[in-house]
Design a protein around this ligand. Structure first.
Ligand SMILES: Cc1cc2nc3c(=O)[nH]c(=O)nc-3n(C[C@H](O)[C@H](O)[C@H](O)COP(=O)(O)OP(=O)(O)OC[C@H]3O[C@@H](n4cnc5c(N)ncnc54)[C@H](O)[C@@H]3O)c2cc1C
Ligand SMILES: Cc1cc2nc3c(=O)[nH]c(=O)nc-3n(C[C@H](O)[C@H](O)[C@H](O)COP(=O)(O)O)c2cc1C
Length: 763
């Protein structure tokens, strides 16, 4: 095959090598506009896993690369005058120039023609004279633009500015992050050694800081001098150097996240940065480029046609790229939002930084550096008031809200059971909530309990509007208090336009077959075209519903619930006041967010006035309508939380969605946690995270990184009422109390889990 590799970066060179190794008869030319050793950038990082892939593909070049590796195990973080070091991270770095020289040497040895200082004007021209053109022409790929209508690239330019510098200062003991506060804002460096006397030194900051420094108008020389002054105390008198001489003007960049819809067109295929990029903070661009080269060479050999090989290549590599881009997005967003975390204690800041891409979990960190993690866990427990020497996972830390003390951070999230009779909870509820309270969670939140018959979602929903309801709830609360050390929270709500619908396991949110009741809402809008149009509430309706909330809260107080939650999420009445999707009012309760929040806040104040002062109140919100800027977005959720905080709400239960049938949620593990993170760290308000959190590891990383104070699990508690006790047994933690009649079961469970010996919980 006659092959042209357009671009002599890692992708182009390594693909040429990989093809020639598979068939020496291939006629391969690499076209590169630069001179052989005229390259931008400094060092690149490769993981052990990537190195193994390279070694399998070509032991010879891998051996040469390995000989030039700089290794390090530690990550050091300089932040607020402290240097925190953790270990076990295992990286290796190599000079980009060295890597390219080694690949060039190998390519020449295999008989590949390398044409330097050759600018390719059009891949289409090459395609006429070659069987295959691999467009490995980098980030600003001309080929990608030339055939943009076929490749359909999506390019997202990220907010932060960065510049890739080098230095002879040694950073050979650790991959080093340095955060510096300046008169123009925070600026930080990612530094790592890549050969005996040179280190990469990437400087990054927010656009605002960059503007204020005037970096855009400085020469490259001035840029380096200014950065030297900022980071002087870490540079030991060494200079910062730029080798971006080929770049016109400022060498600062905004990272472009690139992903093409298709990667091939006729006999042209995109590879490396031309097809997809991964942010430098996860250090995977070179990995992607070289592993894609291996995959393409394999498929061209295994598949009957070039088209089939392209299809396989795209299929396999896209999955890998998306996985990496997702981690890279988490990581780059962390740096974009870093100012949100700059109030954190250095221990928590470090943890948040290390786990930012969500690829490193809590227990994975323990494998890397047990001592450091245990120190961090002890810090967390100390802060939680557990005592100075406690080393337990964050999920087992106590928590206090007003006078309510929770034994741990696990919450049974509210879940409608649809088993009530005329609003009255039954023996089902006694057994259901009793079991969950026995199961070890610190707090059990009962389902949305409605303030009036018309405020119910379904005929099976529980209520708190009749003496029989109060008596039945009292029995449940008494059981929980008498037999367990869990606390119990009453969630009060009104269904609004989503009322008068079928039971959860029938046709959810659909009107009843018969016996529908009229529904109320801020505006005369139906939940869906199938549901009835709600009646827009008058002031008299608003007074009535407010008084119903107050009466229910008084009943809940008499039942001795430990906490109250007002349901302002999921499209029910109070939620439908908050979101502009369903609140079209033109009076003081519609329009601006302040106006839309007015009624929910009126309810809160009225309820707070009758709820015992020593007991907390939480509010559950939908932090994202998932419809874009027409609805509530996370930034609005921050404003909502600020209003709740100012009103005296103790904790915000951060849910999302279910406010519109047009919603397009983006699901995934812990998918709503970023909203809780943002609210907690931007407002300082306590939060509960919820949504697809199902592993103890998720819970621990959320808590330890300061993304929430409490973690709610809903569906996991349907499957396993004993989720917390089972998690403790799996983790070998003996600190959680079991009901005495179950002690024999506990011993067997711990024995089966492999931790028969009591695990010390204090050092
Ligand atoms: C600041 C920064 C730090 C990074 N850190 C790391 C890291 O630590 N680890 C890591 O793995 N990756 C890192 N990367 C990413 C990495 O550099 C790229 O992902 C990688 O180089 C991609 O390889 P490539 O072969 O696709 O493209 P490139 O390396 O960009 O190579 C493309 C080549 O094509 C040539 N070319 C382009 N157009 C033409 C034309 N028309 N005619 C002839 N020649 C042409 C260019 O001159 C260039 O040599 C970093 C990137 C940046 C910006
Ligand atoms: C069967 C069921 C009933 C629910 N009922 C309620 C409810 O009454 N009030 C509420 O705020 N959320 C309710 N939810 C939402 C959960 O509290 C939780 O926010 C959601 O299920 C996401 O958490 P998970 O991924 O842990 O299940 C319900 C969820 C389920 C599965």
């Amino acid at each position: 095959m006659k092959i042209a590799c357009l671009g002599g970066g890692p992708a182009g060179l390594y693909f040429a090598i990989s093809m020639k190794l598979r068939d020496a008869a291939h006629d391969i030319t690499v076209f590169e506009r630069n001179k052989p050793d005229d390259t931008f950038g400094w060092g690149v990082v490769l993981s052990d896993e990537t190195f193994e892939n390279l070694a399998k593909n070509d032991p010879l070049s891998a051996g040469e690369i390995r000989r030039h590796f700089a290794y390090w195990d530690d990550i050091a973080v300089h932040y607020r005058g402290q240097k925190i070091v953790s270990t076990g991270h295992g990286f290796s770095g190599i000079a980009r120039k060295k890597l390219l020289q080694l690949l060039q040497q190998r390519a020449r040895g295999l008989g590949i023609e390398l044409r330097f200082e050759t600018e390719v004007a059009s891949a289409a021209e090459l395609a006429k004279t070659h069987d295959l053109v691999v467009a490995a022409d980098g980030l600003n790929s001309r080929t990608r633009n030339e055939f943009a209508e076929h490749f359909k690239p999506a390019i997202e330019t990220r907010k932060n500015k960065f510049v890739w510098l080098g230095t002879h200062q040694k950073f050979d003991d650790a991959f080093t992050f340095i955060f510096e506060e300046t008169e123009h804002g925070w600026i930080w460096a990612h530094a790592y050694q890549f050969d005996a006397d040179t280190a990469t030194f990437i400087v990054e900051c927010a656009d605002d800081t960059w503007q204020k420094f005037g970096f855009g108008t400085m020469s490259q020389e001035e840029n380096c001098r200014t950065c030297e002054t900022i980071f002087a105390k870490y540079l030991g008198g060494h200079r910062l150097m730029s080798n971006a001489a080929h770049v016109r003007g400022s060498a600062w960049l905004n990272f472009p996240r690139v992903l093409c819809e298709t990667w091939s067109y006729e006999n042209i295929v995109l590879m490396g940065d031309a097809a997809a990029t991964a942010h430098f903070s996860v250090g995977s661009g070179t990995k992607l480029a070289m592993e894609s080269a291996i995959a393409m060479a394999n498929y061209l050999r295994s598949e009957p046609t070039m088209a089939a090989a392209f299809a396989k290549y795209e299929d396999a590599r896209r999955t890998e790229v998306l996985r990496l881009q997702s981690a890279a997005r988490n990581s780059l967003e962390w740096f974009e939002d870093v100012e949100r975390y700059l109030h954190l204690d250095p221990v928590q800041f470090n943890y948040s930084l290390l786990t930012r891409s969500q690829r490193i979990s809590h227990e994975n960190l323990r494998l890397r550096d047990k001592k450091w993690l245990e120190g961090a866990e002890a810090w967390f427990q100390r802060l939680a008031g557990a005592g100075d020497n406690t080393v337990r996972r964050p999920m087992f830390a106590p928590f206090r809200l007003r006078d309510m003390r929770l034994k741990n951070r696990i919450v049974v999230s509210p879940m409608a059971q649809y088993k009530a009779i005329d609003g009255r909870p039954t023996d089902w509820h006694l057994v259901h909530y009793g079991e969950r309270a026995k199961g070890g969670a610190g707090l059990v939140c009962i389902e949305m309990t409605c303030v009036s018959p018309e405020g119910r979602i379904t005929p099976g929903c529980t209520g708190m509007y009749a003496p029989a309801h109060e008596a039945a709830w009292q029995r449940i609360v008494d059981f929980v208090h008498a037999e367990t050390d869990a606390k119990i929270c009453c969630q009060l709500g009104h269904s609004g336009a989503k009322g008068s619908t079928q039971l959860g396991w029938e046709e959810m949110d659909a009107p009843l077959q018969s016996g529908n009741w009229p529904v109320l809402a801020p505006s005369a809008i139906a939940w869906s075209p199938r549901n009835q149009i709600a009646r827009a509430m008058t002031r008299a309706d608003m007074d009535l519903v407010r008084d119903q909330f107050v009466a229910s809260a008084e009943m809940a107080a008499r039942c001795n619930f430990d906490m109250l939650e007002i349901h302002c999420a999921h499209g029910y009445l109070l939620s439908s006041f908050i979101t502009p999707l369903t609140n079209k009012r033109t009076d003081a309760y519609g329009g601006s967010l302040e106006n839309r929040m007015r009624y929910p806040l009126e309810i809160f104040h009225a309820v707070r006035a009758v709820w015992p002062a020593e007991k907390p109140i939480s509010v559950r919100i939908s932090a994202n309508d998932w419809v874009g800027s027409d609805g509530i977005e996370p930034r609005d959720a921050v404003a909502i939380s600020r209003m709740l905080q100012e009103a005296g709400v103790d904790i915000c239960d951060v849910s999302a969605g279910q406010t519109s049938i047009a919603a397009r949620p983006v699901y995934g593990r812990m998918f709503q946690t970023p909203f809780s993170d943002r609210i907690r760290n931007e407002t300082g308000m306590a939060t509960m995270a919820v949504g697809n959190i199902f592993e103890p590891d998720h819970v621990n990383s959320i808590l330890m990184a300061g993304r929430a104070d409490l973690v709610c699990l809903a569906r996991p508690h349907l499957a396993d009422p004993y989720w917390t006790l089972h998690a403790a047994a799996k983790l070998g933690d003996r600190g959680e109390a079991w009901p005495p009649p179950y002690y024999a079961g506990r011993e067997q469970l711990y024995r089966l889990a492999g931790s028969a010996e009591p695990v010390p919980t204090a050092v």
